[in-house]
Each structure stands twice: as C-alpha cells, then as structure tokens.
Design a protein around this ligand. Structure first.
Ligand code: ZN
Length: 463
C-alpha cells in the first residue's frame, strides 16, 4: 500500500519497521462532548488504512488515545476554565462519569459506521507518569525549561527540524499567532507547554516535580505512542487541523527525547462540511449518528458517502447525498441476495475486477476509484452473478458495508435454481435417478447444498 506522507509531501510505500507488521497511531476523541460525522470521517480514514493493509495480508497494530484530560488547545492560560469543568457544571456529573459517558458514545458511534475498534485505547489520565517522564527527558536533554509558575515549556529553538511537517518554521511564525500561547514567561512565542501549573479553575490535576499541574495535550500523544508502539513506528493519522501545532509539536517532543525519527508516514484527513458550512458546535451545525438512525438511514451508508471523495479533500455532507448513498448500499445488498451464493473460484473477467479494486485501495486509498470498480462490476454482463458475489464479499473486508446482510438473512434460490429443483423432483417421481443425480451435481456445482425432503428437493448456500 502507498500513502501520501504529509512530512515528505510525496506518496510512499508502507514499508514497516518490523517486516509484515504495521504499527499505527491515531489521535483519538476528546471525551467531554459527542462526536460528530466530521470526527468519524477522520477515524474512518485510519480504519480504511488498517483494513487495506490487512487485506494485503499484513498484520496491523492500531493504537488510539482517549483524551480524557480537559485541556484542548494551547491557548488556555493557567487561569482558563477547564472544559471538563464546564461539562460537569452542565451535566452534574463527576469527571470520570463524563469521560466514561462520552468514551462509550464515541466508540458506539464509531462501530455504527463500520469502524473496527483499535487494538489499544489508552486513556491520557492513566498515562500521566509516562508524560512526566518524557517531560523530564526533554529537560535533561536541553529541549525544555521550567518557568517560576511551575509550568514546563518546550524550547522550539532547541529543535532545528521544527516546522518540517506543517511548514510553519520559526521564520514563518509571527509573534501572537492565534494558535500560540501568550504566556509572557516563555522564551519564544512559539514555545509550547509540556506541563502546565494548575490554576484555580482546574479540576483534574496531578503532583509533579514542578508542582501541581496537568500535562500539555501534545505530550499525551508522544508519550502514549512511544509507550505502546515503540520509538520507531510506521503510520500516524489525524485530521488536517492537527498538523499544526499538535503534530508539529509531537515530532519535536518525540524526536527531541529519542534523538531520531519516530514516525515514518504522517497521514491527514480532510474536513467535512455540512451543506457548505464549516462544522461548528457553537452554531449547532453538527450531525451525529443517532440523527442518521432517526431518519431511517443506515449509518454504514455514511461510509459509501465518504468513499465518493478522496480522503485528503474537503467533503460536503448533504442529506440528499446521504439518502442516495443509503439507497445505493441497500441496492447492493439486494443484488448480493440475488447473486448468492458465492462462486468457489474466480474466472478471468472476475480476476480483472479484483486486480482493479486492489490497485485502487492500495494507491493512497483511492476510494472514489474503488467505487467506480464496484459500480462497473455490479452491472457487468461479463461476470457471472456468483462471481460478483464472491468479489463483493471479499472487498467488503475493506468497504465494511455489511453487503452480505440480506443474502445471509433471507436467502432464496434463483429462478434457474428453482427450475432445476422442479426438474429433479419430476425425475425422482419417474424414478429416473440418472437425471436426478445429474441435476444434483449441477446444483452442487453452483455452490449449493442439496437436501431431499418430504416436500422434494431443497437447497441452501454451502458453508
Ligand atoms: Zn494526538
């Protein structure tokens, strides 16, 4: 599989550090609010990469963090109000109850859109010791400094590669950049917090060598990715908004602490817009999985909708397009039920389609091309129905649209099968066993199990 690497600005072959075993890290949800479809599109990107690599026969270990500490941006001053506190005031729940509630809903929504849960889901609050250790290492190596308030900052001038991911090099960074903290005690405007002293508005805080405080958001991902995947791993994913400062700072921390490159390929997904508008919780311009279900739309069809757009591009969600995607997925499932059962082996035209599908997903996850291949196969007169079934069932390991749902739920023999069954029953009545055996073999060759019952010949898909 080849992927576009934001770091090198080119498409690269996934060449795992450990042969045959790809390790990937995904920036996960913040759990004091519900996830919306835009978040799910980003998590689906990681899921599709994982599924494609597994489809190619590789082993994949995927880790996704759960951000359950209330900080979100680096612009919050030590006095800023903890967003977790705001959620607690709104909902009357304790911090852990808030985190549990939104973690559960995030994972349920992810599964509803066909995302397989990562192998590990480490929580930030359970890895504060690792973050303190990383912060100490950066202090020891001269990449960080403590200010008198008890906060620890990363000194960006100590890391020559700063800016290599996002292009926001120190030369480009102007003082007062809106994404940067404005603590006057910092040495450089672009320095970012590894550890922040707890102000009065802080609910979740921990003891540290520098006083009571809480970890910076970026240090969370450096500490947990290295803890679970080691000092060199293959793929790191996230939304395009995380390139700067989050991932830029993560590179500075991880490479500053280890002294070498940690992540090989950085993959970033484009944003989702709603009917041309930016998703903004403040204006209520947000759609969640339960709203799809309320409209009788299959959440899995959101995948098919996402497949129409290249993952790096911005994508526009409209209800009309979502309804079209829903109808198309249902139609494919109906076709699968008509084509069942699967052919035992692929013939030449089917193999051609299979090669095209595999090439599309391996080519930097070209899902719009994969969709074209699915649509062409669906109406192709050259491929036998049983072969179409076998192909789509196999491709569904990547697509995850539950395409066999109808075929497995209520399978019915085709008209041709029913004609053969009636012919066989007539032969048996006439005691013509040669003919009845020949038809039984014919049905078996179609992938069917043939049963003799009191009502005559019955068939069902084998296996
Ligand atoms: Zn992260």
């Amino acid at each position: 599989m080849r992927l576009y690497n934001t770091l090198s600005r080119g498409v690269e072959q996934v060449d795992p550090v450990e042969p045959g075993h790809v390790k990937m890290y995904t920036c996960g949800p913040t759990v004091y609010r519900y996830m919306h479809l835009g978040n799910l599109r980003t998590f689906m990107l990681a899921d599709l990469i994982r599924r494609t690599l597994e489809f190619e026969g590789l082993r994949v270990t995927q880790v996704m963090n759960i951000t359950d500490v209330g900080h979100m941006t680096d612009e919050s001053s030590p006095e800023a109000v903890d967003k977790m506190l705001l959620a607690m005031e709104d909902e009357g729940l304790a911090p852990l109850e808030i985190a549990t509630k939104y973690t559960e809903s995030a994972l349920a929504d992810a599964q509803a859109v066909g995302i397989r849960l990562p192998d590990q889901l480490p929580k930030a609050t359970e890895h504060v010791p690792e973050m303190l250790e990383l912060t100490q290492t950066l202090l020891d190596r001269g990449h960080a400094y403590v200010v008198d308030s008890g906060s620890v900052y990363f000194d960006v001038t100590s890391f020559p590669g700063y800016g290599k991911l996002s292009g926001n090099t120190l030369d480009n960074l102007r003082e007062g950049h809106r994404d940067l903290e404005t603590d006057p005690r910092k040495r450089n405007a672009a320095d970012f917090a590894l550890w922040k002293a707890a102000g009065p508005g802080r609910v979740m805080k921990w003891e540290s060598p520098w006083g009571e405080g809480f970890p910076g958001w970026h240090v969370e991902c450096s500490a947990m990715s290295i803890e679970y995947l080691g000092e060199r791993f293959d793929i790191h994913t996230g939304g395009t908004d995380l390139r700067f400062p989050h991932h830029e700072d993560e590179i500075a921390q991880s490479e500053g602490a280890t002294g070498h490159q940690v992540v090989s390929i950085w993959v970033h997904g484009g944003h989702l817009r709603l009917s041309g508008q930016k998703i903004a919780k403040s204006t209520g311009n947000v759609i969640r999985v339960p709203e799809l279900e309320e409209r009788n739309l299959d959440p899995l069809a959101f995948r098919w909708l996402c497949f129409q757009t290249q993952y790096r591009s911005e994508m526009d969600f409209t209800w009309e397009a979502m309804e079209t995607a829903d109808q198309r997925v249902r139609q494919l499932r109906r076709h699968m039920a008509e084509w069942a059962p699967a052919a035992p082996a692929l013939d030449t035209p089917a193999k051609g389609f299979d090669a095209r599908f595999r090439e599309a997903v391996a080519d930097d996850l070209s899902m719009p091309t994969a969709v074209v291949v699915v649509n062409e196969l669906d109406r192709s007169p050259e491929v036998e129905p049983a072969q179409k079934y076998a192909l789509l069932a196999s491709w569904d390991h990547v697509l995850s649209l539950d395409l066999e749902r109808e075929a497995k739920a209520g399978w019915e023999p085709s008209e041709q099968m029913r004609a053969l069954m009636a012919e066989r029953d007539d032969a048996r009545t006439a005691k013509d066993y040669t003919t009845s055996d020949r038809i039984r073999d014919e049905l078996a060759a179609m992938g069917l199990e043939v049963m003799d019952t009191a009502e005559g010949t019955r068939v069902r898909p084998r296996g």
